[in-house]
Design a protein around this ligand. Structure first.
Ligand code: CTP
Ligand code: MG
Length: 232
């Protein structure tokens, strides 16, 4: 896909990056952990910037706002705000900092550091084409079973109807704002909140490069992917 930057100026990208990275093990906030010598957040932001978006807001670990702003200074105009105690609170804080003229809002985890610019473009374009909420998805490869607390299998879920969900997720601004205003419990993604509003969520093809770096093994996989990937 050819990115046409002139068409992405109306897109703002929120990047929740305030998580602790507990599952990655000791070593500081995950977004600042190194992948091939550079922080995960820098990898993610460089790819977002290459999509030609008009606005980027990063929710940083509260004590690292100035350090993160300095780290990202070379990448382009990026606003950095303190994140919250949960991913949802971090997204809400970033959303509050987006200028009013941006109507298409993407939410993209810093932990999906290798998501390519073409994925950013494809999600933004699907919103522009008329979908109020858009998520990139991949088929589920494992067999999935429901298991009782006792450890006994309840049943096997039909895998063909399941999808693994990635970011960036894209929204009309009013829809994302309404979803955050209405949310009373915590969600692991923004589309989950939008579903609760009854707004249809449209799926576009995801990308294996948009894998989430969660555990130490993911960092190793990402390093291998980066070494073999020619595109940004
Ligand atoms: N995130 C955030 N604010 C939080 C928690 C998470 O901005 N209070 C961000 C993370 O920085 C990450 C994304 O949300 O980019 C997805 O979260 P996850 O992969 O769970 O990252 P962490 O919360 O950092 O990891 P863990 O759950 O292992 O601590
Ligand atoms: Mg987390």
């Amino acid at each position: 896909m050819t990115a046409r930057p002139e068409l992405r100026g109306d897109v703002a990208v929120l990047v929740p990056a305030a998580g602790l990275g507990v599952r990655l093990g000791p070593g500081g906030p995950k977004a600042l952990r190194l992948l091939s010598g550079e922080p995960l957040l820098v990898h993610a932001l460089r790819r977002v910037a290459a999509a030609g978006v008009g606005c980027v807001v990063v929710a940083a670990p509260p004590g690292e706002v100035d350090a993160v702003a300095q780290l990202l200074a070379g990448i382009g105009p990026v606003t950095v705000v303190p994140g919250g105690d949960t991913r949802q609170a971090s997204v809400a804080a970033a959303l509050a900092a987006v200028p009013a003229n941006f109507d298409i809002i993407l939410v993209h985890d810093a932990a999906r550091s290798l998501a390519p610019p073409a994925l950013v473009v494809s999600v933004a374009d699907a919103v522009r084409a008329g979908h109020d909420a858009v998520i990139p998805v991949l088929p589920v490869v494992d067999t999935i079973k429901e298991v009782a607390a006792s450890g006994v299998v309840v049943g096997t879920v039909d895998r063909t109807v399941l999808r693994a969900v990635q970011t960036p997720q894209g929204f009309r601004r009013a829809v994302l704002a309404a979803a955050h205003d209405a949310a009373t419990d915590q969600h692991t993604d923004d589309a989950g909140m939008v579903e609760k509003l009854g707004v249809p969520v449209f799926c576009v093809p995801g990308d294996e490069l948009a894998m989430k770096i969660t555990r130490p093994v993911d960092l190793m996989i990402a390093e291998a992917l980066l070494a073999r990937t020619l595109a940004p």
